[in-house]
Ligand binder design. Structure first.
Ligand code: GLN
Length: 312
């Protein structure tokens, strides 16, 4: 029978996959040894509307580590719990124009430039409730699960690989400790941060997490309020200005959506009030952003006129 109705959004997502499939430039991240071993070929995209409708195409069940896509969500948990004023005594909100692992502290205050680069993100992890790395990670893990609307596990192989090789991140944490902006001992903050980055997710999870920002803080699938409306707006703002590292200005021009990338190959993007999008493709450009993820979001923004600064 011909009663099966084709989901037009899914068809559109499939055509976006077809458009970028042949772009095999870029390299998987290798500075974390375990990430060098991931399959570079999976390609997936998911879109979750603020009404909780899920559309997906390609490899949306493939798991990968969340990496820096966790950063805006931990910032969101921090501002939700502590308030913006308190958080801003620890971290700035200005784009750094520098790579994600840059030594980037404001000279006068010792604050990392923003919470989307490693230095600022490690400080955010240090502000979570609890005294030990286990307690801080438990707060992070529970929060990320509420954004995703399901139980998530840590990829222990990636965690130990990152913990063994993460000396640059430890050095960044020591600088913030010396400057007085870190909220815990260094090993507590970095262990919580390495575990946070090693949480295993899918493109569908990233879309749900972004959709939770797009609704103003309510997970559209579980209907649970995860963070306040203010915290969601602040988080979308910092993703807009700083989410794509030293590609943020270019991204704002070409795509015009709040977004956050990670070296695991994921990107979470949102159109506030409308939907969240999650993309997955592991090969990265020179700035550490997924080549085909950027290409998919650029194509979708152009085709469906999603740019936030678009005249409507
Ligand atoms: N865990 C990674 C790191 O700290 C995250 C970096 C990223 O995804 N850009 O280096």
């Amino acid at each position: 029978t011909a009663t099966e109705v084709r989901d037009p959004v899914r068809s559109a997502l499939e055509s976006v996959l077809d458009e970028v499939r042949s772009k095999t430039s870029g390299e998987v991240a290798s500075y974390i040894p375990e990430l060098a071993r991931v399959d570079p070929d999976p390609l997936g995209v998911a879109l979750v509307s603020v009404h909780g409708v899920v559309h997906e195409a390609g490899d949306t069940d493939t798991h990968f580590t969340i990496q820096s896509v966790s950063k805006p969500f931990v910032f969101a948990l921090a501002v939700d719990a502590l308030g913006l004023e308190q958080v801003l005594t620890h971290v700035g909100i200005e784009p750094s124009g520098e790579p994600f692992n840059a030594i980037s502290l404001e000279p006068a205050t010792g604050r990392p430039l923003n919470p989307m680069i490693n230095a600022g993100a490690i400080v955010m992890s240090s502000l979570m409730a609890g005294d030990t790395a286990d307690e801080k990670f438990a707060a992070i893990h529970a929060g990320i699960e509420r954004f995703a609307g399901r139980d998530l596990v840590v990829d222990e192989a990636v965690f130990s690989s990152e913990a063994q090789t993460g000396n640059r991140n430890r050095a960044l944490a020591y600088l913030t400790l010396a400057a007085g902006t870190l909220g815990s001992p260094v090993d507590v903050a970095t262990t919580a941060y390495f575990r946070q980055c090693s949480i295993s997710v899918t493109a569908r999870d990233l879309a749900t997490m972004a959709a939770t920002l797009a609704t103003g803080g309510v997970n559209p699938i579980t209907r649970e309020r995860v963070i306040s409306e203010d915290a969601a707006r602040w988080t979308s703002s910092v993703m807009t200005s700083c989410g794509m590292y030293d590609e943020s200005g270019d991204w704002l021009m070409r795509v015009g959506l709040p977004a956050k990338s990670g070296v695991g190959g994921g990107i979470a993007a949102e159109l506030p009030g409308q939907f969240g999008i999650g993309t997955f493709s592991p090969r990265l450009d020179a700035k550490g952003n997924s080549v085909r993820g950027v290409a998919m979001l650029e194509a979708m923004s152009a085709r469906f006129e999603l740019h936030q600064m678009q005249h409507r």
